[in-house]
Design a protein around this ligand. Sequence first.
Ligand code: CP
Length: 343
Amino acid sequence: MKKDFINVEDFTAEDLEKLVYLIQVVKKAGKERALPNLLYKASIAMFFEEPSTRTRTSFEVAATLLGGHALYMRPGDVHLGKSESLYDTANVLSRMVNGIVIRAKRYQEIADLARYASVPVINAMSDDTNHPTQVLCDVFTIFEQTGKIKGNTIAFIGDSSGGSAANVCRDLMRISSILGINFNLISPEGYQPDEKFIDHVKEIAQKSGANIFITDDPIEGVRNADFIYTDEFVWYDMSPEEKEKRERIFKPKYQVNTELLSHAPSHVKFMHCLPAKRGEEVTDEVMDGPHSIIFEQAENRLHTQVALLTAFVYPRLKDNPVFADRDNPYKTTIKAIVSELYK
Ligand code: CP
């Protein structure tokens, strides 16, 4: 049976922890140039309805590192959703490639594609709801920094009201609540999530023991933070009026700057999914300062995609006898972790 990776809520805490462990293993193997050719002669279709630097590059490189190949497709290049139904495209692609990576404006499009395709589908961000590959990478980055997952505290500062403002923030809340990571959400009034979403996350958190704390006070919100995380609050396609309004609300009170960091514990680390608007949600001093782990975090996108292609695409492929990698010391460990996910 195929498994898709389109929503972190489809997975248990144990499954997500296994994926984090898998990222750790493939990162070590990758650093030693010892990754097995698990995707030998396999192809991955990558459809990006929106621009991407990190997600697109990391998936393409990951496919190559595993001995496979990825095709990058933009809306103007293929028929998807315009001159061909999603159902037909999904069926055609399923007969030509071994997995599909898709970034779309709407989650429903990704969910429908996953339903129609007979090959695994990976959500490379749906603008309106979630960004599961990003937040899995973030949890791995946190694990790498502290040696644990449960019990860390993330303080997210910014717009969490919904839509493209909050696909990362809200998905971080979802995965944190599943895994027992405490979450302080710091957003100005009017830019916080709706009650329904907060109740939903708090309900998930009851099982893991994660503490979900919502405030409009940045100083209170970062006081016990192990990680401060932010994302853009203005976008390139926003009207000048809306941009000006948001700048008045968010700056400097909801900007991550050295003043705000002075209220956090001295060990606090700064994270950002990138791209960042330097001088808006975060200053250069913080981006390039001693607390920042943004580029380690960005690099981990690559190791995360290697793990995801391994976990979701590799199990459906036949091992090639020529490239069986029998002597590869990592292959047995990787296969063992992946088989646990399919029990
Ligand atoms: N963080 C992230 O998804 O970056 P890209 O938009 O560059 O892929």
